[in-house]
Write a protein that binds this ligand. Structure first.
Ligand code: HEC
Ligand code: HEC
Length: 319
């Protein structure tokens, strides 16, 4: 992307930061906002030609990822990066694989909707068209009114992104075998327990995959990764332009990693053991298997089947 294009996106982002902040403060019913955000998340009308909703790429049944290396945009443009899971995304900042400026979910939502690097939903400059489409539905009109009473239910990028953010903050998973063991319940199976000891000890994984979400939310370059990769993705340096940021990506959370193959920022690792091997750390195959068993204990399949995240039915949530 040209420097000018990047600048335009940044400016659009700053404009949104202001208005999204205002929409966020317009305290309507939180319940209505979450219901609205869920409808929007599953709605193809958020893309220029109706072909993509957020859920096309972030499918709840795939732990809010999609199982492919990189998902094409609405016009079929090739995707650049692997789709991350959105489990517990409300506790992440900054967001995405490589942009320290995307600090809130409200800001981030503008990227798929109106971004051009690459084009995903293709709605840049289409704010009025989006409002026209959504306001054709009586249910949307009621939900926007209940969610943003001060702005009288105004439909724009800011209110859409604020509702999407409210919904995404409800995507929470803290009910895994590991969470239960950590809270003093049943202990982990032996292989998983050995794997956790390696993860925190000799393996050194917890240096970066730290805390309750197994990420330090910081940018690192894996030891053997090229500074100038074949797909041209320079990582954090795409935004900062700094040499030292080449090949640096934000540490991903490892919750539900068992459900979100393929792996790494470009989806180039097909399996967990391949993703682990790409770190260039000295783990034997047996040790890697134990670490994988530990990652298995971070799996929550309930979140993938939870009706609160599924595509909503026709019946409107508000009357
Ligand atoms: C065409 C596929 C696609 C669509 C449609 C899409 N996304 Fe994404 N999403 C991605 C990819 C790829 C990334 C990683 C981008 C990057 O790192 O540069 C991502 C990243 C994110 C993140 C950051 C997650 C994290 O861990 O930091 C959030 C939040 C998100 N998307 C929400 C949404 C919302 C909300 C929508 C609908 C408005 C949406 N996405 C539509 C592909 C998609
Ligand atoms: C220096 C920090 C650091 C250490 C130490 C580290 N990781 Fe990572 N890990 C990362 C980063 C950064 C990525 C993303 C890299 C990329 O996409 O290019 C990643 C990606 C992964 C992925 C892929 C997840 C996904 O959703 O794509 C897995 C699995 C993983 N790490 C497991 C481990 C294990 C197991 C260890 C210990 C043996 C470990 N990591 C040690 C920083 C680290």
């Amino acid at each position: 992307m040209s420097r000018g294009g990047r600048l335009a996106l940044l400016l659009a982002g700053l404009a949104l930061a202001t208005s999204a902040g205002a929409a966020r403060d317009d305290k309507g019913s939180e319940e209505a906002r979450v219901a609205l955000g869920r409808r929007l998340f599953h709605d193809g009308d958020l893309s220029i030609n109706g072909t993509l909703s957020c859920a096309t790429c972030h499918d709840p049944r795939h732990s809010f990822a999609d199982g492919v290396r990189a998902h094409p945009g609405a016009h079929g443009e090739p995707g650049l990066r692997n789709v991350p899971s959105l489990v517990n995304v409300g506790s992440f900042s900054p967001l995405t694989w490589g942009n320290a400026d995307l600090t809130t979910l409200e800001l981030q939502a503008l990227v798929p909707i109106a971004g051009e690097d690459p084009v995903e939903m293709g709605m840049k400059g289409q704010e009025a068209e989006l409002a026209r489409r959504l306001s054709a539905s009586p249910c949307y009109r009621k939900l926007f009114k209940a969610s943003f009473p001060r702005d009288k239910g105004r439909i724009d990028f800011a209110s859409v992104s604020a509702a999407l953010a409210a919904f995404q903050r409800t995507i929470v998973s803290h009910e895994t075998a590991w969470d239960r063991a950590a809270a003093g319940g049943a202990s982990l199976p032996e292989a998983a327990a050995r794997g956790e000891a390696l993860f925190r000890g000799k393996g050194g994984c917890a240096q970066c995959h730290s805390g309750r979400e197994f990420t330090d939310l910081a940018f690192h370059r894996l030891a053997n990764e090229p500074e100038a990769p074949a797909n041209g993705d320079l990582g954090l340096a795409r935004v900062t332009g700094r040499m030292e940021d080449r090949g640096r990506f934000r540490t991903p959370s490892l919750r539900n990693a068992t459900l979100t193959a393929p792996y790494l920022h470009d989806g180039s690792a097909d399996t967990l053991s391949e993703a682990i091997a790409r770190h260039g750390m000295a783990l034997s195959p047996v040790e890697t298997a134990d670490v994988e068993a530990f990652l298995g204990a971070l799996t929550d399949t309930a979140v993938t089947a939870d009706p609160r995240y599924a595509r909503p039915g026709k019946a409107c949530e508000v009357s």
